[in-house]
Design a protein. Sequence first.
Length: 72
Amino acid sequence: MKKKFKLVDLDCANCAAKMEEAIKGIEGVTDASVSFMTQKMMIEADDAVFDQVVKEAVECIAKVEPDCKVVL
């Protein structure tokens, strides 16, 4: 499954790169991207674990930038 999410209050490209690396490290993720310019996150993961992957991705984003929110 592949899905895009809108990000609110993503402040810098460096933070976006850190988020992307952290999300790619989540078990079950086949691809991920976080774009500072478009304020969007794309996650591609196995259907069976997709909801858990999204939950973990939101936690990764909160660790890097606590003010950034994911519109689910």
